[in-house]
Write a protein that binds this ligand. Structure first.
Ligand code: SAH
Length: 401
């Protein structure tokens, strides 16, 4: 799309040559340090972005508070913002219809990757869970457009807003609680790959489940066998997918509340898992792996799916040390011919960093890893090739001898 001359009444934000080069490279963010003038622009405005010479670079959403000051909406002018929102919601839903299989829970809208920066919507069967991440998406005009459009397109029983207080603080937005925006229903069940899960829209981590791992659960299940250990199991999604293929599955997590739901999920799927033994252990995974590795526990399948260790670029080295410690211990416990499923959801740990760490853990533990699959996030969490931040999840499946 060629840049257009100023053709709107929108306030203008001028950006530095470095900011303009970033947009030219296909990225959609401009950092505050690359804003050269944004005088008296109200927080959360739709703005025109221009270079130093005044040439228009397109239309964006502005944050007066975040380090990410500009999130591009379009290379063109946007005469009717609500109409653009409606069209992009429709496009996001149509995209999911073409790529999502075997589930009634998936990410319907993924922020920048659906050209709706700052808006995330997950569908869990008949409940939508919405997250607003920026000043612009928090505006009443946006809420009054997005919620009716989602309702018309998907007919949910309820829409819930999940609030991360830290995000509102960073965006200098007033605090608000997580709450039902529409309807009265806040719990339901959903299915992934034929397995049923409970969902409570106002509880749990993220928006309730780790939908980005959905395709990785099915992939891991293809290779799982023998005795399996699911470390950082949360509500048991990997464990329940592995169980039909395994003789014994042990799930480990430090959250008792998550394990209680895991146990209820196991009970709800009893007919799929006749005679299968699944146990849940509440423990610090680092301590438990250390104890188990020392005391000679052995497994045929181990899943490692820890929380993000690198929240910022500065954490990269310590994150890699954390991943290496976990992977080393797991490698020591795997029987020959075993399967390691190892994940990282830290954007700052790139795929090559992660594979290098894993190779080094293989050397230190005197084990040989053979890659079976190098995977990322499920397709309903799309990746924009020129916006690296949209690709964050790594899931490596390897055989170990
Ligand atoms: N595998 C899960 C998602 C895991 S999210 C799924 O696919 O659904 C990370 C999990 O790690 C959370 O459930 C959190 O409670 C748990 N956790 C965080 N720190 C931990 C620790 N030190 N020991 C054990 N579990 C931990």
């Amino acid at each position: 799309m060629p840049p257009t001359a100023k053709s709107s009444d929108l306030p203008t934000v001028k950006i530095s040559p470095r900011g303009a080069a970033r947009l030219k490279s296909g990225h959609v963010w401009v950092y505050r340090s690359d804003i050269t003038s944004a005088d008296a622009i109200p927080p959360g405005s739709v703005v025109e972005v221009s270079d130093q010479r005044g040439k228009s670079l397109g239309t964006a959403l502005y944050s007066s508070s975040s380090q990410i000051a500009i999130r591009m909406l379009s290379h063109d002018s946007v005469p009717d913002f609500p109409a653009l929102l409606r069209q992009r919601i429709a496009n996001a839903i149509a995209y999911r219809k073409s790529i999502v299989r075997d589930t009634d829970a998936y990410r319907l809208i993924f922020s920048e990757a659906d050209f709706l920066p700052g808006l995330i919507v997950d569908r869990y069967n008949d409940i939508l869970s919405l997250q607003i991440l920026t000043q612009a998406m928090d505006a009443n005009l946006v809420r009054e457009t997005v919620i009716p459009e989602l309702t018309e397109q998907t007919h949910p029983a309820a829409i819930v807003e999940r609030v991360d207080p830290r995000v509102r603080e960073l965006e200098a937005l007033p605090p608000r609680p997580s709450s039902l925006l529409q309807g009265t229903k806040s719990s339901t069940t959903f299915k992934m790959n034929g397995i049923q899960f409970q969902f409570d829209a106002l509880e749990g981590q993220k928006t309730g489940a780790f939908l980005d791992q959905r395709e990785n659960y099915a992939a891991a299940a293809q290779y799982a066998h023998g005795d399996a250990l699911d470390v950082f199991c949360y509500q048991g999604a990997f464990a329940l997918h592995l169980a039909p293929k395994c003789s014994l599955v042990t799930g480990v997590d430090s959250s008792r509340a998550a394990l209680e739901v895991a146990d209820q999920n196991a009970a709800a799927n009893q007919q799929l898992l006749p005679g299968k033994e699944i146990e849940w252990i509440e423990a610090n995974a680092f301590d438990l792996l250390k104890d188990y590795a020392h005391s000679g526990h052995c497994y045929d399948t181990i899943v490692l799916d820890p929380p993000a260790f690198a929240k910022t670029k500065r954490d990269l080295d310590s994150a890699l040390r954390g991943y290496k410690e976990l992977n080393l211990r797991a490698l020591k416990m795997l029987r020959s011919g075993g399967i390691l499923v190892t994940c990282s959801c830290s954007y700052h740990v790139g795929q090559s960093d992660f594979l290098e760490m894993l190779g080094s853990a293989g050397l230190d533990s005197h084990r040989t890893l053979r890659l079976v699959e190098v995977r990322g996030q499920a397709k309903d969490h799309p990746v924009l090739l020129n916006v690296p931040e949209t690709a964050y999840l790594k899931c490596v499946i390897a055989t170990v001898t």
